[in-house]
Design a protein around this ligand. Sequence first.
Ligand SMILES: Nc1ncnc2c1ncn2[C@@H]1O[C@H](COP(=O)(O)OP(=O)(O)O)[C@@H](O)[C@H]1O
Ligand SMILES: [Mg+2]
Length: 282
Amino acid sequence: MSLNIRKKSSEKALVSYRKITKSFGDRTVLKELDLDIYPGEKIALIGPSGSGKTTIARLLMTLEKPTSGTIEVGGEMLWHMPHKGKLAPANEKHLHRVRSKIGMVFQHFNLFPHMTILRNVTEALVHVLKMSKSEADERAMRMLERVGLQEHTKHYPSQLSGGQKQRVAIARALVMQPSVMLFDEVTSALDPELVGEVLDVIKGIASQGDMAMILITHEMDFARDVADRVLFTDGGIIVEEGTPEQIFENPRSPRLQTFLSRFLHGNSDGKMASRVAAGEEQ
Ligand SMILES: Nc1ncnc2c1ncn2[C@@H]1O[C@H](COP(=O)(O)OP(=O)(O)O)[C@@H](O)[C@H]1O
Ligand SMILES: [Mg+2]
């Protein structure tokens, strides 16, 4: 099976990281990363804590600046802009425009506590996209229905469960219609019984949309179900990538084998990745 199963020869990558290095002080956390993500492709990023997964997402979200290298989104440089025939550092306006193609959901939902669920979702539509209130309300309502929260639009975040809050955060990002969505361990802060409803919402979105997704997750069965391609990061590089079958059933590198065996035998949280186990036992 080919590696980029969604990739057609004519298709151009939506997001391209080229030789991206990121250092914090004298600590290099990403080393010359090359990564292409194709329109509509669902990528799962797995790897041990500290391996650079969040940094990969934060660079695309412009929350971190690369130390060197370039990132292209939809044919445009993210951190650079053309200026007098050369590449110059991007200004705020350029960053803002290119970043609008990207949405992100974090581990902690960061909702506005003093705003209703509906207002949380319309806030950026009205203030960033300058949409009329009625148009924003309509779009937000449709999105809240999609994540199953139509009954809660008038509630405040404190009245919702963690799983519901995370679904609001997902709706808030999706309503901006990004072409790529980043999900960074969006279920790690939730009580175990609330994880399923959030993963189900993401699965639903993944199956409907032609939006590209980067899913950073420790939920191996989820990664296996949703991803077209799985990337294993360790020590700031992509150690191995492949289809879910290749990665979970036939891991080649010893580092990936060790990482997955920890999930097989229960990880540090004591959780089991049952699907990994089931897959290997079949
Ligand atoms: N703002 C920062 N300042 C210093 N070090 C950081 C910062 N952000 C991340 N790091 C370090 O970079 C490494 C990779 O972090 P991260 O991308 O969060 O990994 P992961 O998401 O895979 O756990 C870690 O060692 C982390 O401590
Ligand atoms: Mg992280």
